[in-house]
Design a protein around this ligand. Structure first.
Ligand code: 6PG
Length: 249
């Protein structure tokens, strides 16, 4: 394995389309190699343009959707109909445009106890991946300007946990909303890990994480730094500004 993550820098106006093109090609590769493409989706705002481009012509017709299985890397513990829900975002941007489906496994948010929902999703992943670690074909991740990724926030006890859980309940220090997140071991098991990052507000953090400045406890996105070129960073030119000035060591 090469020691460095790959970095693609994209003009903001092309971000959605260019990343969607990459996904069309990576989904096609996974399906031709393994007959299936299981994807852990990221939430937040950045991937919306990518999902929209994937869910509409021409790209929607270039994906073998019946061979695609969608999972979520994290979710806010709100109904799927809520605007804050990552399931809702994917539904509106991508799934609404599809005439024939991928299999879709959103994180459940309708149980009274979020811990129970996390256990249920954990069991679903184990069933889908036959008890092994979930080797998603593609893991999509975002980057917070504080260094969080999925719902793994700075100084979260989940970062130190050395157990078997694949899924856990997390609390967002930003808005106090309860969330459910895949654990580091589940996300790190992906065959390809793709960070989607846009906007100048992320420039400093993208530079830190790509250069390994700081600790995983401070900046959880560093969890993936030892995975070499399994990881690709798709940065728009705003998010890449500091890297373009100062480089990647
Ligand atoms: C979420 C995420 C989270 C996100 C980052 C970046 O559901 O919010 O999973 O980790 O990817 O916060 O979010 P933006 O794309 O909105 O900046």
């Amino acid at each position: 394995m090469s020691s460095e993550a790959k970095v693609e820098i994209i003009e903001p106006r092309n971000f959605g389309g260019d990343v969607a093109d990459e996904l069309v090609s990576l989904i096609g590769e996974a399906v031709s190699e393994r007959g299936i493409c299981r994807i852990a989706l990221s939430g937040g705002t950045t991937p919306g343009a990518v999902y929209r481009a994937l869910g509409h012509p021409p790209r929607v017709n270039e994906v073998p959707w019946e061979k695609v299985v969608l999972f979520w890397g994290d979710e806010r513990y709100v109904p799927h109909s809520d605007k804050q829900s990552n399931m809702n975002m994917v539904q509106e941007t991508m799934l609404a445009g599809l005439t024939h489906g991928p299999r879709v496994h959103p994180i459940p948010t309708d149980l009274s106890d979020p811990e129970e929902a996390a256990r249920k999703y954990d069991a679903l992943l184990r069933a889908e991946f036959s008890g092994a670690l979930p080797h998603f074909d593609l893991v999509l991740l975002g980057l917070g300007d504080d260094g969080h990724t999925a719902s793994l926030f700075p100084h979260s006890p989940l970062l130190q946990e050395d157990g078997e859980r694949l899924v856990a309940v997390a609390l967002s220090p930003k808005d106090g909303v309860t969330r459910i997140t895949l654990m580091p071991r589940a996300l790190r098991a992906g065959r390809r890990i793709l960070f989607l990052v846009s906007g100048q507000a992320k420039a400093d953090m993208a530079h830190r994480v790509l250069n390994g400045i700081g600790s995983i406890d401070e900046f959880p996105a560093l969890l993936f730094r030892d995975l070499g070129d399994t990881v690709t960073w798709y940065l728009d030119s705003g998010a890449a500004r500091k890297i373009q000035e100062l480089g990647v060591r």
